[in-house]
Design a protein around this ligand. Sequence first.
Ligand code: C2E
Ligand code: CA
Ligand code: CA
Ligand code: CA
Length: 279
Amino acid sequence: AKSSGRNTYRFFESSMNDNVYEQLRLLQDFRIALENDQLSLVYQPIYDSRGRGLASAEALLRWTHPDHGRVAPDSFIPMAERTGLIVPIGEWVLDQACSQLRCWQDAGWKDARVAVNLSAMQFSHSGLVEMLQTILDRYRIKPESLTLEITETTAMQNAETSIVILHKLRRLGVRIAIDDFGTGYSSLLYLKRLPVSELKIDRGFVHDLTLQKEDVAIVEAVVTLANKLGLSVVAEGVETTEQRDLLVDLGCDYLQGYLLGRPVHAETLLGLVTEGTRA
Ligand code: C2E
Ligand code: CA
Ligand code: CA
Ligand code: CA
């Protein structure tokens, strides 16, 4: 294990070299993280690209380890997925995010929306639809104000099964976004059949957008495709004003990234609502 940027602890990065006992120890620690209030959510703003302010927020999981401090989700989420821990933890995330959504709406952000990441194991878990229904009822959430983000890889792993699950979710009324779009294997034939509401262009394509015309071509193609299929497009990882301007020109509907706002605590996010409408 090693420390990387901004004091975030990472492990399982070089698992071949790492001490296996250290990994097991962290897995044990993670098992009790939820009970010991070490998990929390932060929210990253998602803005309407046509200047209509804050549109939504993506809930992102944080783990603060008592000794190591903040542990990167890219390290512990795959571990939670492998061990099945992601199912109870994912349920907790959904519950928290919907409870927060209720608070935001009660505090005056009437059209608040929240996006929650769903792992592959959660997506194919048999109790998913019932669990979602229970949580939506618990907080009196309009289903269309909840977006579930599943990665392209998750959606395409078993496309026929995904289509069945996605239809159940659509009947529930929640929105579905295909996350990290463009990084996995995607069949256009299946994309047409997937009942989803939006595509999130992976930040890998945004990163060199102003340098590489291939990336511009890809974003252009995704926007064209999305328009034809009636889907919205979100660009993630927007870090510079040049990227932002180009993405707006290319027709992306929503923008997310450090330029517009880092993930923040729920109360801080609420403060961005009025700021957004004034701008
Ligand atoms: P993701 O779903 O693609 O989430 C976006 C990630 O990009 C977040 O990292 C976010 O902080 C980061 N990001 C946002 N804007 C920028 C930017 O402008 N530049 C760069 N370089 N990065 C940006 P984070 O929070 O570390 O999460 C990493 C991944 O962990 C997420 O990727 C998602 O796959 C997973 N994850 C996080 N929370 C959850 C959760 O509650 N459940 C599940 N299943 N997965 C989660
Ligand atoms: Ca996501
Ligand atoms: Ca993503
Ligand atoms: Ca990702």
